[in-house]
Design a protein around this ligand. Structure first.
Ligand code: PLP
Length: 453
């Protein structure tokens, strides 16, 4: 079979990441970031013919495997190869009409200038109102909201605002792959706190306390809490958040970056399943929390690059300072669209999207349940991902499994190793039910064939 050039490239990238990470306890993965970095960036940093050296901070950072796989899939599709892709974190529905209309109107009205660094006043006001109405947290739109070019930028600014060389940042695993890399870019050390599949990959107060104790001399400045989680879809309940907050009370120097970008995508059966913002847990936690949210997932505005941080003034100010020197401000057209998203999109439209996503989740869970050797201990309650355990296949080598799956069946999933969860694969079900059916058939066939080989 002809091996497309894009697949070869992808194989090289994933293999280099696997060499560094596979079969290594997650806790050690990050302390090996130097090893993985030298593997992944060798080609660009050690050109013996060039006097130019890449900043070692960058040399220590890995390219996002998800983004890389996705671009390879796009390239394969452009080459005419049919690929089923469940690898990207992007809703398949379009942004609401009100958002598109507002973006068009903004362009026609020549609303195309720089805005204030922290965003336009109408957008900051709309965000503050939304947070107050839906989440019960109050922020001053003038000093405590910073709008950025996507939640990703806001997360990075939050990391940079609180941690630097000599500091450490606590990251629960499985994690969004950008967290440890952002921490490394800030010159700080990521400390990975493993969670258990049997706990639904949620943090437990005992696990948190023992990790904080174990690393108490390492100057932990920040803890990241992704709730709902990418890649597990797990949602920490209000009760669990309170238990975690109780532990954090004993560590007053640790700020919390609460990445809540998936908070509108939560599948509730009882009021206890409702998503609660970490900043709403207590006054003390509010004072230490940077809430990150954005428009990519809830409103399918991924390409508009719009997100925000809401935080007490000193933290918001630090993020503003960084942003003022990096991007100045988010796009004016996107910001106008963001105002429409918060003000004009009806709650029923949002709920309808959640309902559809829930059906897709149920379909995927049902199909995985019928596959031998695939385990999903706790069904995810939010976001649009599942992270089943497939360690019974390929001796737990999820990277090779994903590569072969792409080569043999043209199905793209992301290896769990990229998320600090070796032996798993991440499936994004934010696509059509038809595509999901094709994908699940391919996965089932592939696993059955692998078993009998
Ligand atoms: N945080 C998490 C957990 C994500 O999964 C993503 C996107 O995949 C982001 C932040 C960034 O979102 P954006 O920059 O598109 O707003």
């Amino acid at each position: 079979m002809k091996f497309p050039s894009t697949l070869l490239l992808l194989q090289q990238l994933l293999s280099s990441q696997r060499q560094a990470a596979a079969f290594t306890p997650a806790r050690q993965i990050m302390s090996q970031s130097k090893l993985s970095a030298s593997t992944s960036t060798e080609d660009t940093t050690s050109n013996p013919n060039s006097p130019i050296a890449v900043n070692p901070l960058v040399a220590n950072v890995k390219v996002s495997a998800t983004v890389q796989i996705f671009s390879n899939v796009k390239q394969m599709q452009a080459e005419g190869i049919e690929v089923t892709s469940l690898c990207v974190g992007e809703p398949d529905f379009p942004p609401p009409q009100a958002v598109l209309d507002a973006a068009s109107a903004a362009i026609l009205a020549n609303d195309t200038r720089y805005t204030a660094v922290t965003g336009t006043a109408p957008l900051r006001q709309a965000i503050a109102k939304d947070l107050k109405d839906r989440k019960g947290v109050v922020y001053d739109p003038n000093t405590e909201i910073v709008v950025g070019n996507g939640a990703k930028q806001c997360v990075y600014q939050g990391v940079l605002a609180t941690a630097g060389p000599g500091d450490a940042v606590l990251i629960p695993a499985p994690f969004w792959p950008s967290y440890p890399e952002m921490v490394a870019l800030a010159g700080a050390k990521p400390i990975v706190l493993e969670t258990k599949e049997t706990d639904g990959y949620l943090l437990t107060p005992e696990g948190l306390r023992s990790c904080l104790e174990e690393h108490k001399d390492e100057n932990i400045k920040l803890m990241i809490l992704c709730n709902p989680s990418n890649p597990t879809g797990g949602v920490h309940s209000e009760e669990r958040l309170r238990e975690l907050a109780n532990v954090l009370e004993d560590y007053p120097n640790i700020a919390i970056l609460a990445d809540e970008i998936y908070e509108r995508l939560v599948y509730t059966d009882t009021p206890a399943d409702e998503h609660v913002s970490f900043a709403a847990i207590s006054e003390n936690m509010y004072e230490r929390t940077m809430t990150i949210n954005g428009f990519s997932k809830a409103y399918a505005m991924t390409g508009m690059r719009l997100g925000y941080m809401a935080a007490p003034a000193p933290l918001a100010k630090a993020a503003t300072t960084i942003q003022s020197q990096v991007t100045s401000c988010a796009g004016s057209v996107s910001q106008a669209a963001g105002v429409a998203a918060l003000k004009d999109v009806k709650e029923e439209e949002m709920e309808a999207n959640v309902k559809i996503m829930r059906e897709k989740r149920d379909y995927v869970i049902g199909r995985l349940d019928g596959m031998e050797g695939v385990a999903l201990e706790v069904p995810p309650k939010g976001a649009f991902y599942v992270l089943p355990d497939v360690s019974g296949y390929y001796d737990g080598d999820d990277t090779q499994l994903c590569l072969d799956l792409l080569t043999k069946k043209r199905l793209a999933l992301v290896p769990g190793t990229s998320f600090g969860a070796p032996g798993t694969v991440r499936i994004s079900y934010a696509t059509s039910l038809e595509e999901l059916e094709v994908a699940m058939n391919k996965l089932q066939e592939f696993l059955e064939e692998s078993k009998s080989e």
